[in-house]
Ligand binder design. Structure first.
Ligand code: SF4
Ligand code: SF4
Length: 98
């Protein structure tokens, strides 16, 4: 399984400062393995169902991603990044010798 890091810039989409993801939803529609989830910001109550400040798309299942980059291509705000997840290098062993 390829490990992929997918990020959404919430200053460009969601949280009421960018595109309303419910109105756009291009990433949701184009992603064949359905990596993204449209949801309310955790903890928010939906007092006004048309309030755009409380919604996000989150790459909830990145392990399903095949890195086709279709979501990157269709996003009108350039809010999505897809890249291989870098594995942490193990720390070098420390010798106790003097
Ligand atoms: S790169 Fe392709 S598979 Fe991965 S999240 Fe974007 S559209 Fe989905
Ligand atoms: S395609 Fe871009 S702007 Fe549209 S909902 Fe997805 S992240 Fe937001």
């Amino acid at each position: 399984m390829r490990r992929t890091r997918i990020t959404v810039d919430y200053e460009l989409c969601g949280d009421g400062v960018g595109v309303d993801p419910r109105a756009c939803g291009r990433c949701l529609r184009t992603c064949e393995p359905a990596v993204f989830l449209l949801h309310q910001t955790i903890g928010a109550l939906e007092e006004d169902p048309f309030d755009p400040t409380r919604w996000r798309v989150t790459p909830f299942w990145p392990s399903l991603c095949d890195r086709c980059r279709q979501c990157v291509s269709v996003c009108p705000r350039g809010a999505i990044e897809v890249r291989p997840k870098v594995r942490q290098q193990p720390r070098p062993a420390v010798s106790a010798d003097a």
